[in-house]
Design a protein around this ligand. Structure first.
Ligand code: 5GP
Length: 146
């Protein structure tokens, strides 16, 4: 049977769109003209960061090349900061395309998780203390700015 495009249409009210509009807060780590990086509130390990494009993209199929490049450059900055702050080399880069893959927020995003594929916590399951998230965001941001 055909698996023809069952992709969700972009919803302007998705939670990450609201962050980009400034309608809801996030623990920001880094921002430039094409990307925003912030702490995941239900992390799969301490220091779990999400990187999103300032483009209306549901998943990888929608991502324009200039935003794809910007996402990678920002991801590299975040990963370098995570390596320094968490004193570990291993950073999982993950990205889910479509509900069938487990995607839950339909604005393209890259997960950067200081962990191992063998040790990842449950996906989008347990909300953690926001004071701690704010502190980690500050630490990562300081390393990036340095
Ligand atoms: P996905 O399942 O789409 O790949 O990942 C969505 C991610 O967004 C999950 O890791 C989940 O924990 C995170 N998330 C869901 N709601 C919020 C929120 O309101 N704020 C933040 N910062 N992250 C969220």
């Amino acid at each position: 049977m055909s698996q023809a495009n069952q992709q969700t249409a972009y919803d302007d009210n998705n939670i990450f769109a609201k962050m980009l509009n400034g309608d809801i807060p996030c623990h920001k780590v880094y921002e430039d003209d094409k990307t925003l990086a912030f702490m995941d509130i239900m992390p799969q390990a301490e220091g779990h960061v999400l990187v999103i494009p300032k483009q209306k993209a549901v998943d990888l199929s929608d991502l324009e090349p200039e935003y794809a490049a910007a996402i990678l450059m920002t991801s590299k900055k975040i990963m370098q900061a995570q390596r320094q702050v968490f004193e570990r080399d291993g950073i999982v880069q993950m990205q889910l395309n479509g509900a069938q893959a487990g995607q839950t927020v339909f604005h393209y995003h890259v997960h950067l998780i200081p962990s191992s594929i063998h040790e990842l916590g449950r996906h989008a399951a347990i909300e953690v203390d926001h004071e701690k998230l704010a502190e980690t965001a500050k630490q990562l941001a300081a390393v990036i700015e340095a």
